[in-house]
Write a protein that binds this ligand. Structure first.
Ligand SMILES: [Zn+2]
Ligand SMILES: [Zn+2]
Length: 237
């Protein structure tokens, strides 16, 4: 058994886990990171939504911002709304080191998959990469853990390498919409030998404006990917 996994199992035995949302103790051996009362507080995004970016939008067409400009990212969908339990869960695996919560959230994404037949059948899953400095701080890329579970659930291969984050950009939430795109210009690069002709599904934890997904999609398209869509665990509106 892998040493890190062994350590995780030992920690689970020694310290009872708490619900990532309400922080109540979870029963020993309980597999979910959210208690039974908080599980229903993971809510889906309600239809109707924009056919491209997935934000709530009346009718089946495109929202004003998708109509106004062409996108390299064909489509964005999310398994949950970034609210309540979903926010707590993301904080648990992003800032409190709870890797098992990310693997569980990837399983949720796999179960929600049937709601999005429009995403088709991608050839490969590609997690949105972290800059190597942030990866060193956190010790893991949460998007890669999500993609690992999702890939296992769907039987689609995961590409851990090939898309890199070159710029250690400021956290996106500190910036306004326009600044987010400027902040990310040229932030990602994809290896042309790996993606040519592939239909790629980008995987990330949260999608807010979709700016990082769009920059990743541009890099993948430049590298010859045939089509790029994206699937996030949560959608912030
Ligand atoms: Zn709870
Ligand atoms: Zn849209």
């Amino acid at each position: 058994m892998h040493a890190a996994r062994m350590k995780g199992l030992l920690l689970d035995l020694l310290w009872p886990q708490t619900c990532a949302h309400c922080r109540r103790d979870l029963p020993r051996g309980y597999a979910e990171p959210l208690c039974a009362a908080c599980l229903p507080r993971l809510r889906p995004v309600d239809r109707p939504w924009c056919a491209r970016c997935g934000v709530p939008h009346p009718g089946a067409g495109l929202c004003a911002s998708c109509r106004a400009s062409a996108s390299a990212c064909r489509m964005i969908r999310a398994a949950s709304l970034y609210r309540e339990a979903s926010v707590s869960l993301i904080h648990a695996f992003k800032y409190r080191g709870r890797k098992s919560a990310a693997l569980w959230a990837g399983g949720c994404m796999a179960r929600a998959w049937t709601r999005f037949p429009e995403l088709g059948r991608p050839d490969a899953l590609v997690p949105v990469p972290l800059h190597r400095r942030r990866l060193a701080e956190r010790g893991y890329n949460q998007a890669e853990l999500l993609a690992e579970s999702l890939g296992r659930g769907l039987g689609i291969p995961l590409m851990r390498r090939g898309l890199a984050r070159l710029k250690n950009t400021k956290p996106q939430w500190t910036l306004g919409r326009k600044k987010r795109l400027e902040n990310l210009a040229g932030a990602f690069a994809a290896d042309a030998s790996l993606f040519r002709g592939l239909r790629v599904l980008l995987v990330d934890d949260v999608c807010t404006t979709g700016a990082s997904l769009e920059e990743c999609a541009r890099a993948l398209r430049r590298a010859g990917a045939q089509g790029v869509s994206a699937y996030a665990f949560a959608r912030e509106l």
